[in-house]
Design a protein around this ligand. Structure first.
Ligand SMILES: [Zn+2]
Length: 263
């Protein structure tokens, strides 16, 4: 094989590679030949060899942990795969888009959940206003009667529906009368009941689109309000009566309304 000659400059430049065994055979042999004939380069070789040996022997040198090497190799493989297949990258964008879509759907759902109570909340405030107004303005009843046979016909011709009027005196809730009220942009029936010294306003109006809902209570400005929908009618009972007794009243009304179909 034809030998390659290297000069001092090339030898010293390649020495580190030669010591690390990184040169190809031809160049390694050329360096070897040069070192046999050149004292200066041989001296450089010896000192570099000594330096290398001392570093390996010292605590400064530590072989990389196997896990680190594996992690670097894995990340290199992944980088290589991504570069070769932009599909992977696209899929990541699809994932991001999908996640954003999920967030949007969730926000929409939450928005709906918030909007629905907001409408109910506004109505609850309107109903409470009507209750308080009826107590303040000395206009609790238009028709004063404890007889539901008097109160029910009184509404005829004044409303486009006929409210169920029950006499609940025997259960402790005496009918005091009724009046016309105007809530949420429509005339409604307000029946007034009395329990001990507490006044209960029972508002009702048709809600043909609404399905039946259970009675739900909320406390607003110290008053208890119970709302429910039953047989195409929506009901609000409002009073400063305690929650238990107002619930008992509502249960009586619900039972009567179930027994007496509205027209
Ligand atoms: Zn030399």
């Amino acid at each position: 094989m034809e030998r390659t000659n290297v000069n001092c400059h090339e030898t010293q430049r390649w020495l580190p590679g030669y010591l690390d065994g990184e040169l190809d055979l031809v160049n390694a042999v050329a360096i070897e030949d040069h070192l046999k004939t050149c004292a200066r380069c041989a001296q450089a070789h010896t000192s570099q060899q000594a330096l290398q040996a001392s570093m390996r022997g010292s605590r400064l040198y530590a072989p990389a942990p196997v896990e680190l090497r594996q992690r670097i190799e894995r990340s290199l493989r992944q980088a290589d795969t991504s570069a070769r297949t932009p599909w992977t990258l696209r899929w990541r964008w699809y994932s991001v888009a999908l996640a954003l879509a999920c967030v949007a759907v969730l926000a929409w759902g939450l928005g709906r959940a918030w909007v629905a109570p907001a409408a109910d909340d506004r109505l609850a405030a309107v109903v409470l206003d009507a209750h308080v107004r009826s107590l303040m303005t000395d206009h609790l009843t238009d028709v004063v009667s404890s007889d539901h046979h008097t109160v029910k016909p009184w509404f005829a011709g004044k409303l486009d529906f006929s409210p169920t009027v029950d006499d609940l005196a025997s259960q402790g809730y005496a009918l005091a009368g009724g009046r016309l009220d105007y809530l949420d942009g429509r005339p409604v029936a307000a029946l007034v009941y009395q329990h001990q010294r507490h006044i209960i306003n029972l508002f009702s109006w048709p809600a043909p689109q609404a399905g039946d809902t259970p009675a739900a209570i909320e406390v607003r400005q110290g008053y208890n309000q119970i709302h429910w929908t039953q047989a195409g009618m929506t009901y609000w009972a409002v009073s400063d009566l305690n929650a238990d007794e107002l619930h008992a009243f509502v249960q009586l009304v619900r039972n009567q309304s179930a027994a007496t179909p509205t027209q």
